[in-house]
Ligand binder design. Structure first.
Ligand code: GDG
Length: 469
């Protein structure tokens, strides 16, 4: 039986106590690992002065976790540097925020090579290899250089920008070349898949065969949209059972008759948090009767705090928040509640269910799982309304949300108002359609569809002669 080898930047080894919340990818892959015996390879998250070239192995149920440590220079150059300061902003169309350094890029390639060398010793010829995300774009190329002819697939969790935007990044041509060493490349949306295919055609004169196969002469790569889903059933059940949770009860009691508006995002400039706060401010200014009647709760765990642009964002968010609460708040009413804690999924589900409006207004997002979680958590008899950015991948599927341009705070303010005033019949109709969409493409569907395409399409396999020296 062929095994499934998953590779991602960070590896989520299950908590020995069974507590703790499984991260998104862990949930996504849980079922895939039921169908295959598996290995999950990646960075342990730890830094060591002299890391071993072999991974530390931890066996848990059907999965063997293979954990690599990095040096602090690796972490700085590969992770904080090239992946998060150069690639992430470009992929999110923020050319001005992208900080390229040759040293970081060399570190990025070095860690990919180290991972490929360690993997090459573990992978058997008929194993399926599934690589995740922008930290590891060159991994297949490094594995091919070591002679591996396995089926290797790549899923890109974040947006893939238009060729003109990607082209501003030094090294992007090399990354494009490297991505063709995958047999299958999955994107969140057809639009992103189209962006990558266009870049390959423009840079290398690749021909497009059939709808989604790009032909570069000596090799072919399939580039296709696979919108990632959530565990709809699990989230629905968590929301139904959440009423007794202390934080959910206290939040409900604290609201009294006020309506709750919710936002849940990592502290990241792609999520549009200060812009959203300003849209809410605009809503309160334009609708003075709503003051004291709504509370906006923004849950924002901090992330990537070692990257300077994130420290700047943190300052901007705090200033915006302070200004709005100071100017519009009243004794006994704080317009925006902002918390940086991380809550268990069950609490998040319960808070989503309490909220009459889900505000998901990223400036750019590969998919945005929060949008789907908000929908799944609603009470079918009295669902809330999702306000969703047109620049989230989720907007391609959730067309019954109130779709907005997050750059226009007046438009977002109007959508907040429309959401709060929407009658129950319309809320139910919209919610049912969105629920159908997320049920049809839940996380099991996503993993199974990607793996079926990766394992099933014989024409995508490579022979040794196609492997570059
Ligand atoms: C990347 C892409 C793509 C948030 N706060 C807490 C918490 N979360 C959970 C949410 C959700 C997840 O984190 C965030 O997922 P998103 O999709 O919204 O965003 P990214 O982290 O940027 O993820 C994105 C995704 O990959 C998957 O492919 O959709 O576009 O950027 O599940 O609920 N979870 C818990 N406590 C929190 O306080 N337990």
């Amino acid at each position: 039986m062929s095994r499934l080898v998953v590779v991602s930047n960070r590896v989520a080894v299950p908590d020995p106590t069974g507590k703790g919340s499984a991260g998104g990818l862990a949930v996504a892959l849980r079922e895939a690992f039921q169908a295959y015996q598996g290995i999950w390879f990646g960075w342990s998250g730890k830094v060591a002065a002299h890391p071993s070239s072999q991974p530390k192995l931890v066996d848990k149920e059907r999965v063997q976790y293979a954990l690599m440590d990095l040096t602090s220079l690796d972490r700085q150059e590969y992770y904080n540097g090239f992946a998060n300061r150069a690639l992430w902003p470009i992929m999110h169309y923020r050319i001005g925020l992208s900080e390229f350094s040759r040293a970081d890029y060399a570190g990025y390639l070095r860690v990919n090579r180290t991972f490929a060398t360690a993997l090459a010793q573990m992978v058997r010829p008929d194993d399926l290899v599934w690589v995740h995300d922008y930290h590891l774009i060159p991994l297949a190329a490094e594995m091919r250089a070591l002679g591996l002819t396995n089926r290797i697939g790549y899923f890109h969790h974040i947006p893939w920008p238009a060729p003109e935007v990607l082209g501003t990044l030094p090294g992007s041509r090399e990354l494009l070349r490297a991505i063709t060493d995958y047999d299958l490349v999955g994107m969140q949306t057809d639009r992103d898949a189209d962006n990558l295919r266009r870049a390959l055609m423009q840079e290398f004169g690749a021909a497009q065969r059939k709808a989604d196969i790009v032909d570069l002469g000596e090799r072919q790569t399939r580039v296709k949209g696979y919108p990632i889903g959530i565990d709809v059933r699990g989230f629905e059940q968590a929301a139904q059972r959440s009423g007794n949770h202390r934080i959910v009860r206290q939040t409900a009691a604290g609201l009294g008759s006020r309506q709750l508006i919710i936002g849940v995002d990592r502290l990241d400039y792609s999520k549009g948090i200060p812009e959203r706060m300003e849209a809410f401010e605009r809503f309160l200014i334009g609708n003075p009767d709503q003051r004291g009647r709504v509370t906006y709760l923004q849950i924002t765990p901090t992330s990537r705090s070692e990257v300077p642009e994130y420290a700047t964002l943190s300052r901007v968010v705090n200033e915006t928040l302070g200004r709005i609460n100071g100017s519009l708040g009243e004794p006994g009413w704080v317009p925006i509640h902002y918390v940086n804690s991380t809550y268990p999924r069950s609490v998040l589900a319960g808070l989503h269910r309490l909220a009459k409006v889900g505000l998901v207004t990223p400036m750019r997002d590969g998919m945005n799982l929060v949008a789907k979680e908000y929908v799944a958590a609603q009470n079918p008899e009295d669902p809330g309304v999702l306000v969703l950015s047109k620049f989230a991948g989720a907007a391609q599927q959730l067309t019954d949300a109130l779709i907005v341009n997050p750059n226009d705070k007046f438009e977002v303010a109007e959508a907040i108002r429309d959401a709060l005033y929407m009658d129950r019949t319309e809320r139910i109709t919209r919610w049912e359609r969105m629920m159908n969409a997320i049920r049809e493409t839940d996380v099991s569907w996503w993993a199974a569809t990607f793996l079926r395409d990766l394992s099933g399409n014989k024409s995508l396999g490579r022979t040794r002669t196609q492997v570059r020296a």
